[in-house]
Ligand binder design. Structure first.
Ligand code: HEC
Ligand code: HEC
Length: 343
C-alpha cells in the first residue's frame, strides 16, 4: 500500500510517511476488545485494521489548530490527553482570542457508549457535536468552507485524505467522521477498579469501604463500569447566579429538566479537574464535601441525595475508591498523541 502511494506521490516527505507508518503501527495496538463486565457499546467501535488511517487522520485533525479561524487553537487545546481530554487550568473554557465560554470542558472517554453529548445533551452524535466547537464564536470560530479550503491548501492533508478515502476530496462530512472515529478509540478500561473486576487485584480495606458507600449513594447516576448512566440529573449544586445556566431545560423546555446536567463519568477524575459543568470545584475533596454537606435541597432532588450525610472517615473512604478509577494507561497511551502537522 505505501510503496504504491510513494510511487504515485513522490512529493510526500519521507519523514511524514515514516511518522504515518509508525503511528498506524501504534494504532494497530488499539484493541477494540472490551472487558466482559462492560455493556455493549451503543455505536460500533473503530476497527483497528480497517479504520487505522481514518483514526490517524482524526487524531491529526483533533490536535491541529488549523481548524480554528486564526489557527491558534485545536480540539486538544481544551481537551488535553493529560487531563483525560478535559482542560485543567481554568473553570470555563477559553477559545480563540481568549474568549471565555460558558462551561467547563468535559473529559472525553468511552464515548461510544453515549447517545447524547454536552452538559445539556444538545448534540445527538459525535459527528454532529464536532461541528459545534468548529463554528462557535467563543471556541474555534471558523466556517466549514474555510476549514475545507485551508486543508485543501495544506501541504499534507490532501495526501492524508487520499490515503484514507481513496481520493483527495476534502469535505466537512469526512472531517467530522474522522474526528468522531478517533474519539471513539478513547477507551478507558484499565483502572485499578478494572483489575479488581477481572480478579487480578484486590481493593484495600479503605477502597472496599469506599466502594460500598459508592454503590449505596452514587451508583444510581454514576453507574459502574462506565460510571455514568448517560442521563441528566440535578445533583444539588447551589445555583450560580452569574451564569444562571438552566442546563437541559434549554434543550427540552420541560420544567422538570431545569438545572439538570449530564451525569459525567468518574473515571480519571484525578486528571480531569476542575469539576462540574461550570468547573466550580478544583479539588475532589470539595466535590465530596458538596455531596456530604452542601447539597442544595431547594430543588426537587432524588431521595438518594436528599438524605446524604457522610462522616469525615467515610469521605476519605469514598475518595480512596474514586482514586481507584484512575487509568494511567489511558492518560499516557501513546497512540492517542501526535506530532504537530501545521508548520
Ligand atoms: C474552547 C474550548 C473547546 C474547544 C476548542 C473544543 N471543545 Fe469540546 N467542549 C468544550 C466545552 C466547554 C464542552 C461542553 C459544552 C457544553 O456542554 O455546552 C465541550 C464538549 C465536547 C464534547 C461532549 C462530550 C460529552 O461527554 O458530552 C465533545 C465530544 C467534544 N467537546 C469534542 C470536541 C472536539 C472534537 C473539538 C474540536 C473540533 C472540540 N471539542 C473543541 C470545550 C472545547
Ligand atoms: C442524582 C444523580 C447523582 C448522584 C446520586 C450522584 N451524582 Fe455525582 N454528578 C451528577 C451530575 C448530574 C453531575 C454533574 C453536575 C453539574 O455539573 O452540574 C455530577 C458530578 C459529579 C462529579 C464531577 C465530575 C466532573 O467530571 O466534573 C463528581 C466527582 C461526582 N459527581 C461524584 C459523585 C459521588 C462521589 C456521588 C455519591 C456520593 C455522586 N456523585 C452522586 C449526578 C449524581
Amino acid at each position: 500500500m505505501f510503496s504504491d502511494f510513494i510511487a504515485k506521490h513522490e512529493g510526500i516527505q519521507v519523514r511524514n510517511l515514516l511518522l504515518i507508518v509508525l503511528s498506524i503501527l501504534l494504532l494497530m495496538g488499539f484493541r477494540a476488545s472490551i472487558p466482559d463486565y462492560f455493556p455493549q457499546p451503543h455505536h460500533p467501535l473503530p476497527d483497528a485494521r480497517n479504520d487505522s488511517m481514518l483514526i490517524y487522520l482524526g487524531k491529526q485533525l483533533f490536535h491541529d489548530p488549523i481548524l480554528s479561524r486564526d489557527s491558534s487553537i485545536s480540539c486538544a487545546s481544551c481537551h488535553s490527553q493529560y487531563n483525560a481530554f478535559a482542560h485543567s487550568d481554568h473553570p470555563l473554557s477559553h477559545g480563540i482570542n481568549d474568549r471565555i465560554g460558558k462551561r467547563n470542558a468535559p473529559a472525553l472517554m468511552n464515548l461510544a457508549w453515549l447517545d447524547e453529548f454536552m452538559w445539556d445533551g444538545g448534540s445527538f452524535s459525535l459527528e454532529a457535536q464536532t461541528l459545534v466547537p468548529l463554528t462557535t464564536d467563543h471556541e474555534m470560530d471558523n466556517d466549514p468552507n474555510i476549514i475545507v479550503t485551508k486543508l485543501q491548501q495544506h501541504s499534507e492533508y490532501p495526501e492524508y485524505f487520499l490515503l484514507t478515502f481513496g481520493d483527495t476530496t476534502i469535505t466537512i462530512a469526512r472531517i467530522l467522521r474522522a474526528i468522531a472515529t478517533f474519539e471513539r478509540t478513547l477507551i478507558s478500561k484499565n483502572a485499578k477498579y478494572d483489575s479488581v473486576m477481572q480478579g487480578i487485584a484486590t481493593f484495600t480495606d479503605q477502597e472496599s469501604r469506599g466502594y460500598a458507600l459508592f454503590k449505596q449513594h452514587c451508583n444510581t447516576c454514576h453507574t459502574e463500569p462506565l460510571f455514568t448512566n448517560g442521563s441528566f440529573a440535578n445533583n444539588g449544586l447551589p445555583i450560580d447566579t452569574v451564569l444562571n445556566d438552566v442546563g437541559r431545560f434549554a434543550i427540552t423546555h420541560d420544567s422538570s429538566d431545569i438545572r439538570h446536567f449530564k451525569v459525567p463519568t468518574l473515571r480519571n477524575l484525578l486528571y480531569s479537574f476542575p469539576y462540574m459543568h461550570d468547573g466550580r470545584f478544583k479539588r475532589l475533596r470539595d466535590v465530596i464535601k458538596h455531596y456530604s454537606q452542601n447539597i442544595d435541597n431547594e430543588d426537587e432532588l432524588s431521595d438518594i441525595l436528599f438524605s446524604l450525610r457522610l462522616s469525615d472517615n467515610q469521605e476519605t473512604d469514598l475518595l480512596a475508591f474514586l482514586h481507584a478509577l484512575t487509568d494511567k494507561t489511558f492518560i499516557f497511551n501513546a497512540s492517542y498523541s501526535t506530532y504537530k502537522v501545521t508548520q
